[in-house]
Design a protein around this ligand. Structure first.
Ligand code: HEC
Length: 128
């Protein structure tokens, strides 16, 4: 009987330890390895997939416009001069449902900024 109670207490303690452990892993995630095969996506990479990539794939123009606006509001730094302008052009194109212009906004920013971003800012937080 006592044994049963002790075992139950031990398993509650273990549960708490696992829970605390899990939350500190989540906090450390912004400095964790990311973006390579077998690793989780980096912050902006994951954000792109679920805020612009998925919306483009299903032609969700409202979702695209919202994603572009969030991107425009959060340029990664002064050295990314055209970032917000390109994102705003994308938002405009999405609002007028012009697929080709939406795609060229994606392409223009990737060509101009992706390599540098990956080198310098890969762990920066995604747009809020
Ligand atoms: C203002 C700049 C900008 C615009 C506009 C933009 N992107 Fe991105 N995108 C980036 C950057 C920078 C990265 C690299 C993030 C990384 O690899 O850490 C990226 C990465 C991505 C990725 C991740 C690819 C991978 O490595 O898995 C996808 C998907 C993506 N973008 C889709 C889109 C789509 C679709 C659009 C247009 C509807 C778009 N992006 C518009 C800057 C932009």
């Amino acid at each position: 009987m006592m044994l049963g109670v002790r075992a139950a207490a031990a398993s509650v303690a273990l549960g708490v330890a696992l829970f605390v452990g899990a939350s500190s892993v989540a906090l450390a995630e912004s400095t964790a390895a990311c973006g390579e095969p077998g690793q989780p996506p980096c912050p902006l990479q994951g954000w792109m997939r679920s805020n612009l990539g998925a919306q483009l794939a299903r032609r969700d123009f409202d979702g695209l416009a919202a994603g572009f606006e969030r991107l425009a509001a959060a340029p990664p730094g002064d050295e990314y001069a055209s970032w917000s302008e390109l994102a705003r052009q994308g938002a405009e194109a999405a609002r007028s449902k012009e697929l080709a212009r939406v795609r060229s906004a994606c392409r223009a920013c990737h060509e101009e900024h992706r390599a540098k971003y990956r080198k310098d800012k890969r762990r920066a937080p995604a747009p809020p």
